[in-house]
Design a protein around this ligand. Structure first.
Ligand code: SF4
Length: 403
């Protein structure tokens, strides 16, 4: 005999109280004493309480539907978007850029042809209440100018004013200046300079309007690929070239309002274009350095929030003959001495003279000294001023830095 004990166990199952068939259901009834639970439910069936008796549960074939339970696992979207994809999503900072907000949609390459281009709006030229001239501004200005004469900054050899020198035709010179400025926003001078050179090569050796119109966008993009927002700027260059051809007789316009009507061009670029391309001194080109440094110097009360506020304040009191110089002077000063991150207050004359309220103590142990040019090494500059409306023109020669 196997050692098996057989036990007859009888389980007493209570008799169901109600069994209902019919009503089109494949139904069984459960005893009211049994707890309704999802585990007791036959699979593939859905349940509901009978409308005839609350103790009766009816089962019917389940209708396929999505489970309401949500997975705890979070579905992750790919996070590493390509830089070029992000580019168009990053809003340009109006403080640092000349590209007005919302412009991308108005001028995107895929924009509907029904959309009209940016409308020209008048650029304000003065404040209702002029800002007073800051105390000791002249001494501060001259001190920066003196320091600036002893440093070499990237803007000196690669600024927007340099792009024109490789062109001979006057229209192309002006166009090259405008192109350089459009490419320069949010981009270092070195990168802009290289991009302008690449574009010139792609256009066959000269930056011409027809060349920009004819060349495929992909080739422009390839040439300017290293500048910030290159995709958007590719579109701007194309659209600008077409606007210049159709509305401005193929030349760069001569007013700030017309310039600001071009895609990608704002007041800073417009004033600089007028100064460099047309030698017109109508306003100050306020870029991020001018905006930042004049605020550090405490020249704005209260501090300004945008380059446009800075421009209007400065234009209230700065002599007009300095409008052009202040940009170049402060850009170079900001590139070498008053750096955006870690300004070299330890090497700054303004700190020594107590002219800068933002001066700070710098631990200069590990910092490279700034390579100031000795006065005797500075190149002599000769400026020749011609007196106008004089039949007997005698050149007046001013000599500077001739020590
Ligand atoms: S003292 Fe410092 S913060 Fe002030 S201008 Fe000079 S470098 Fe800039």
């Amino acid at each position: 005999m196997p050692n098996t004990v057989r036990a007859n166990v009888k389980v007493k199952v209570p008799r169901p109280d109600n069994v209902i068939f019919g009503h089109g259901f494949r139904a069984i009834a459960l005893m009211p004493s049994l707890k309704r639970s999802s585990s007791s439910r036959p699979s593939g069936l859905s349940s509901r309480v009978s409308e005839f008796h609350p103790a009766v549960t009816l089962y019917e074939p389940a209708v396929e539907q999505e489970s309401p339970r949500r997975s705890k696992r979070v579905k992750r979207e790919p996070t590493e978007a390509k830089l070029e994809d992000l580019e168009d999503l990053i809003p340009l900072n109006a403080d640092e850029e000349d590209v007005p907000k919302g412009e991308a949609s108005s001028f995107s390459a895929t924009a509907s042809p029904k959309k009209s281009p940016k409308k020209a709006k008048a650029i304000p030229q003065s404040l209702a209440t002029p800002h007073p001239a800051p105390v000791k501004w002249r001494e501060t200005y001259d001190t920066i100018k003196e320091m600036r004469s002893r440093i070499i900054a990237p803007v000196d050899s690669m600024g927007c004013d340099q792009a024109q020198h490789k062109e001979t035709d006057p229209k192309n010179r002006r166009l090259a200046t405008l192109v350089s400025l459009i490419l320069s926003s949010q981009t270092k001078d070195e990168v802009t300079d290289a991009a302008v050179a690449n574009l010139r090569t792609a256009l066959g050796g000269s930056i011409t309007l027809q060349g920009i119109i004819d060349i495929p966008e992909s080739q422009i993009s390839e040439a300017i690929a290293k500048v910030g927002f290159w995709r958007r700027k590719t579109t701007y260059l194309k659209q600008t070239a077409i606007m210049l051809r159709d509305k401005f007789e193929g030349d760069v316009p001569k007013t700030v309002d017309e310039l600001c009507a071009l895609p990608g061009v704002g007041p800073k670029m417009a004033f600089l274009t007028l100064q460099v391309a047309w030698d017109l001194n109508h306003g100050i080109g306020v870029d991020v350095h001018v905006h930042r440094i004049t605020n550090l110097l405490g020249w704005h009360k209260p501090p300004t929030k945008t380059p446009e506020e800075t421009r209007l304040n400065l234009q209230s009191w700065l002599p007009k003959e300095l409008y052009r110089d202040i940009n170049h002077m402060l850009v170079g000063f900001g590139q070498v001495i008053c750096l955006p991150v870690g300004p070299r207050c330890d090497e700054c004359e303004l700190s020594r003279k107590g002219l800068c309220p933002s001066a700070r103590v710098v631990k200069s142990k590990n910092r490279k000294p700034i390579a100031f040019i000795k006065p005797e090494e500075a190149k002599p500059t000769v400026e020749i001023a011609l007196e106008e409306d004089s039949s007997d023109i005698k050149p007046e020669v001013k000599e500077e830095n001739l020590t």
